[in-house]
Design a protein around this ligand. Structure first.
Ligand SMILES: Cc1cc2nc3c(=O)[nH]c(=O)nc-3n(C[C@H](O)[C@H](O)[C@H](O)COP(=O)(O)O)c2cc1C
Length: 262
């Protein structure tokens, strides 16, 4: 990918590109970032422990809401726990061959402890507490992926960990107000991840005011994404995916572990 110019990569990704400044056309970080993709096929060798810890440290340099740092990165090292993760997540076949897992935890408990230790009240026990901790964990997830990619590793986030919140809580001894936002499979890529097409920049980058997505935007993306394949249209696949209930017990779980969601 490194010999492809940024503008060409963006056209490949979005079907269009801004006028990329000449001095950025060959920027190594930006071209690598624009070419990134989720990796679901790995060599058997797991990444070394100190490598994962280094990437976690770099990832935690990412910004954090109000500097509250309401996230933790849990590296799964124990082989028994790694195997348990594979079993829990077995509904996705590719996960059986994932060499290592990392779990991104939203942690609002620490803030409540700090309130207690300073004898301060916590009048912010409402949806914002859940939202801020979730966002912090999501930012750390993405920062970890970016750092891991830069270190030659491939990654794929796993949202289906949230189908097993109670098992995950038991497996990792998670207390109240701490929960897994996503897991991440990590390893050395066996094949280079594909660059998956995205919705157009016209639909997703707005200037000065919101621009509603049109049916034409979606049709254009469906056709561009489908080009030359027999895959179903993206929008139809997503509509069918979201026509089935998923994790309808998630809110109840979040309230059970001590969040108010009003
Ligand atoms: C929070 C989150 C959860 C995800 N969960 C899964 C998952 O459970 N299984 C999977 O195969 N991919 C998962 N993905 C990866 C997305 O499917 C992927 O990012 C998307 O298809 C775009 O492809 P790309 O990452 O290769 O550009 C997840 C991504 C995110 C950000």
């Amino acid at each position: 990918m490194s010999d492809i110019r940024l503008q060409d990569l963006l056209i490949q990704r979005f079907g269009q590109s801004p006028d990329v400044p000449a001095e950025l056309q060959d920027n190594a970080f930006l071209t690598a970032f624009a070419a990134r993709g989720s990796c679901r096929s790995f060599g058997a060798e797991p990444p070394a422990d100190h490598l994962l810890h280094t990437i976690a440290a770099v990832a935690l340099a990412a910004p954090s809401k109000s500097d509250l740092q309401q996230r933790n990165i849990l590296i799964v090292k124990d082989p028994g726990k790694t195997e348990k993760m594979r079993t829990l997540l077995a509904a996705q076949e590719w996960i059986a061959a994932a060499p290592a897992f990392v779990v991104f935890l939203a942690d609002n408990r620490r803030q409540r402890q700090i309130q207690d230790w300073h004898s301060e009240p916590f009048p912010n026990d409402h949806l914002d507490a859940f939202f801020n901790a979730s966002l912090d964990a999501g930012i750390a997830l993405h920062a970890f992926i970016t750092a891991a990619n830069a270190a030659g590793l491939g990654c794929c986030p796993i949202s289906t960990i949230r189908n097993h919140m109670n098992d995950v809580r038991d497996l990792f001894d998670l207390p109240d107000q701490v929960f897994a936002v996503a897991a991440l499979a990590v390893g050395y890529p066996a094949t280079e991840p594909a660059v998956s097409a995205r919705l157009s920049l016209d639909a997703t980058v707005h200037t000065d005011r919101f621009r509603a997505t049109t049916r034409a935007d979606i049709n254009e993306y469906d056709e561009r994404r489908k080009a030359g394949t027999d895959a179903p249209l993206w929008s139809l696949a997503k509509a069918r995916m979201y026509a089935r209930a998923q994790r309808s017990d998630f809110g109840a779980f979040i309230r059970r572990i001590g969040f108010r969601t009003d």
